[in-house]
Ligand binder design. Structure first.
Ligand code: GLC
Length: 547
């Protein structure tokens, strides 16, 4: 763990790494990744400069939503190993100073979960009320559908008991009834179970949808916040130093409420920022990015945003306007197969046409904008995707460790792999892999490692304030991160052409800019406009040294 990530509110200083056990490393040759395999790769993750792992769902599941359809909350999917394997993994991670958060899927279970099987067995079953039932399918009319490509309604018919049940995601994922106090209590038990084993917190799935009320959007309701505050209070009563990270794909004003007064979530993803980073680079204009950050309300001192470029889902375009969405599709998903639901199912490198300069710029933004950065596994080597794999599986292919048998992911027959490998001529594992990038000083992998190290060299990135400069050249994004007397100036060229910019830095007159990657000293700041030139997609991080 970097020194920075050991203090109070460690999550504010942490760099996160998101991975799926299933596709990271297979130790027993059955074609499916497992905890033993992952344990063997912990040094890799630590050496990258990561502080905390986020493990995608690892529980028993029929896998109709890649594990987000959970059929048992308190064990490990047998394909991933035993509970002991998980404990060993956790211990090995902690021994390396790595923290681990896992998934807490509150909103719904799989229809194969014992609770639902019992609940649907008869209308009088005591567990009936753990789910949301109705005689008709017209209640909560107008509530939006999330999986627009597969679902027509948020109600599904149960032929056995002749009622409808409510589901915000797939119809095989019935929503739990959080109005029922027994459900809350049960989830506290689930949390306690994993916290006692030693996990450092949870990424909490789909939090806006816990409670339904007629005449509302059934999202972000005060009653939902009450459930979440209850779970946080229990957490604080029994444990210290753990983190709750909210998945609330909402506008900043609405997400703000998930932090409460510092008594609900410690962290929440900043969903609207993500597409605007892509827009700013696509449009060569800082406006979309600056606007969304400036529109983001302040959050309590003990809280932090989680920021990201890509994750295991589609690049969601729910938190943009219709015009912006059309722009994103035109710019980043001209091929309709690349689109799914309200978003784009591509990884970072293919989105940016494999352009190393843009990949670096986007990562530079990720590591310098306010929030804790989350790296999606494989993006640090520029892995590709396969949009033909169905659902969002194209961005969930096996990690590419080397150019050998199954990319070093598994010794199984290639046909048996959990997901097919990327093997095309541009992004295929034969060329794009950890081993080959380890050997080359200027590979994306080694560059990413240096980027993370530079970020972690100063707490201004994790804890500092952010002030945008507004130079006349709108193709240039410039901002100051400040923490006490520490100050970093970030200047990015969002354009595909060379740019010059004049920055008004009068208030910093006398400071000496030290470029953070090469430690070169730049001319001292004076009263005159500070002129910089930048190559296409170039960026600078300057530590400002005072006299
Ligand atoms: C979250 C997950 C997504 C899953 C959905 C339903 O949005 O990120 O992968 O499909 O919840 O559980």
């Amino acid at each position: 763990m970097t020194a920075a990530a050991t203090g109070a509110a460690w999550y504010k200083d942490a760099v996160f790494y998101q991975l799926h056990v299933k596709t990271f490393c297979d130790s027993d040759g059955d074609g499916i990744g497992d905890f033993k395999g992952l344990t063997g790769k912990l040094d890799y993750v630590r050496d990258l400069g990561i502080d905390c792992l986020w493990i995608l769902p690892m529980y028993p599941s029929p896998f109709r939503d890649d594990g987000y359809d959970i059929s048992d909350y308190c064990s490990i999917h047998p394909s991933y190993g035993s509970m002991q394997d998980f404990r060993d993994f956790l211990e090995a991670a902690h021994a390396r100073g790595l923290r681990v958060i896992t998934e807490l899927v509150l909103n719904h279970t799989s229809d194969q979960h014992a609770w639902f099987k019992e609940a649907r067995s008869s209308r009088d079953h005591p567990l009936r009320d753990w789910y949301v039932w109705s005689d008709t399918d017209d209640r909560y009319a107008g509530v939006r559908i999330i999986f627009t490509d597969t679902e027509r309604s948020n109600w599904a018919w149960d032929p056995q008991t002749k009622q409808y049940y409510w589901h915000r995601f797939f119809s095989h994922q019935p929503d739990l009834n959080f109005d029922n106090p027994a459900v809350r209590e049960e989830f506290w038990n689930v949390m306690k179970f994993w916290l006692e084993i030693g996990v450092d917190g949870f990424r909490v799935d789909a939090v806006p949808y816990l409670i339904e009320r007629e005449g509302t959007s059934c999202e972000n309701l005060p009653e939902t916040h009450a459930v979440l505050k209850f779970l946080r209070q229990r957490l604080d009563e029994h444990f210290t130093d753990r983190v709750l990270l909210a998945e609330a794909n909402q506008w900043p004003e609405d997400v703000r409420h998930y932090f409460g007064e510092g008594d609900e979530f410690h962290m929440a993803f900043h969903f609207p920022l993500m597409p605007r980073m892509f827009m700013a680079v696509g449009l060569e204009d800082r406006k979309p990015l600056v606007d969304i950050v400036e529109r983001t309300p302040a959050i309590p001192e003990n809280c932090q945003w989680g920021i990201f470029l890509r994750n295991h889902d589609e690049l969601t375009l729910e938190m943009v306007t219709e015009v912006e969405r059309q722009y994103m599709y035109d710019e980043y998903a001209r091929d309709p197969v690349a689109r799914i639901n309200v978003g784009i199912r591509r990884r970072l490198a293919p989105l940016l046409e494999g352009d190393r300069r843009r990949i670096e710029l986007m990562n530079g933004l990720l590591m310098s904008l306010p929030g804790s950065p989350i790296v999606y596994y494989g993006d640090e080597i520029g892995m590709g995707d396969n949009i033909y794999l169905g659902d969002r599986n194209g961005v969930r292919t096996p990690m590419q460790w080397n150019g050998g048998w199954n990319a070093g992911f598994s010794s199984a027959d290639p046909e048996r792999l959990a997901q097919p490998l990327i093997s095309n001529a541009v992004y295929g594992y034969q060329g794009v892999n950890v081993e080959s990038q380890r050997r080359v000083e200027h590979s994306l992998l080694n560059w990413t490692r240096r980027l993370i190290r530079a970020r972690q060299s100063s707490p201004v990135f994790s804890r500092g304030t952010t002030t945008f400069l507004k130079p006349a050249n709108h193709r240039v994004l410039a901002f100051l991160r400040t923490l006490d007397r520490d100050q970093v100036l970030v200047v990015c060229n969002l354009a595909s052409t060379a740019q010059a910019v004049q920055l008004d830095l009068r208030e910093l007159a006398g400071a000496l800019p030290i470029e953070m990657f090469g430690k070169s000293v730049f001319p001292r700041i004076g009263a005159a406009p500070y002129v910089l030139t930048l190559n296409p997609y170039d960026f600078y991080w300057f530590k400002l040294r005072r006299l």
